[in-house]
Design a protein around this ligand. Structure first.
Ligand SMILES: C[S@@+](CC[C@H](N)C(=O)[O-])C[C@H]1O[C@@H](n2cnc3c(N)ncnc32)[C@H](O)[C@@H]1O
Length: 126
């Protein structure tokens, strides 16, 4: 995309899947293509920076997958637990997200939502 051509970038449950080096390259590109005043929104699996809170968040999240047993789909519980275990090897932390935004010329960085591991971060391109 052309530099300074986009009004907004939004992603949902995707960036945490990328390796850290790819996230770094991607944020550089997002910064390049956004217009001044352009909006960044990322709703994602973002690890809490406090390891004790993260441990509790993760345990609560894994317990929440019990719902799939009640719904008669234990295979979905197994698959989700497997996916979250994979994520633990390549954590995208809230601190990394904020660092990447600060480093790439974003202001007004806010975590506007968090429930367990899920968080939404917004920012504005300076
Ligand atoms: C949970 S889905 C979210 C899709 C969509 N944003 C939504 O909210 O419905 C995660 C997406 O990330 C993509 N994905 C996972 N790992 C990826 C990778 N390493 N490179 C590119 N895309 C990836 C998957 O193909 C999938 O489309």
């Amino acid at each position: 995309m052309e530099s300074e051509s986009a009004d907004a970038f939004a992603a949902a449950f995707t960036l945490h899947n990328f390796k850290e080096v790819v996230r770094t390259q991607l944020l550089e590109q997002i910064s390049r293509i956004l217009k001044k005043g352009g909006l960044f929104v990322n709703a994602d699996i973002l690890t809490h920076d406090d390891p004790i809170k993260h441990k509790k968040d993760l345990e609560d999240q894994l317990r929440a997958f019990d719902i799939f047993e009640k719904l008669g789909h234990p295979e979905l519980k197994r698959e989700w637990i497997k996916h979250y275990a994979e994520d633990q090897k390549n954590k995208f932390t809230e601190a990394e997200q904020i660092f990447l935004l600060k480093n790439n010329g974003f202001a007004d960085i806010q975590t506007v939502f968090r429930k367990r591991l899920e968080a939404t971060v917004t920012a504005v391109k300076k």
